[in-house]
Design a protein around this ligand. Structure first.
Ligand code: ZN
Length: 143
């Protein structure tokens, strides 16, 4: 990931309706496990959702398969002149807010962390955050 996030990405992230739907569909497929994936972008703007495999055990954590992540980060995305702009995962039974573990394992200060909550199965929703040095800040998503 480059250091050159687009201006404004800190406070607003232009998640498209299609990307929102793709993340919710992935969350529903994986429930009761957490799903995870990344969003690739160019110049900080999201262009494509890449679902990845969650290799964490149990239903309360996620860990993106490191091989899939490396393939994306170092091969596929550079080939497409893209980079990781967001990392998403789901909270199948809790609110869309970073858990303590999410904060401890947030190794991407330039990325937006998207969390999809299925706490109310009929009303899934997504919130976005930056997590830097343990500090959580909310990022505005389109309504
Ligand atoms: Zn989480």
């Amino acid at each position: 990931m480059s250091e050159s996030a687009a201006p404004g990405i800190d406070t607003a992230f232009p998640l498209s309706p299609e990307m929102r739907a793709a993340i919710i569909a992935h969350a529903r497929r994986e429930a009761p496990r957490e799903c995870c994936g990344i969003i690739a972008g160019r110049d900080g703007a999201p262009v494509r959702v890449y679902p990845t495999t969650n290799i964490a055990e149990g239903n309360r954590f996620y860990e993106i398969d490191p091989k899939e992540l490396a393939d994306l980060e170092f091969r596929e995305l550079p080939n497409e002149n893209a980079e990781i702009v967001a990392i998403y995962h789901s909270h199948p039974a809790s609110p869309a807010y970073p858990s303590r573990t999410d904060v401890e394992l947030a190794f991407w200060p330039e990325a937006v962390y998207l969390i999809c909550s299925l706490e109310d199965p009929d009303k899934p929703y997504i919130r976005g955050f930056t997590i830097r040095d343990g500090q959580i800040a909310e990022v505005t998503l389109p309504a």
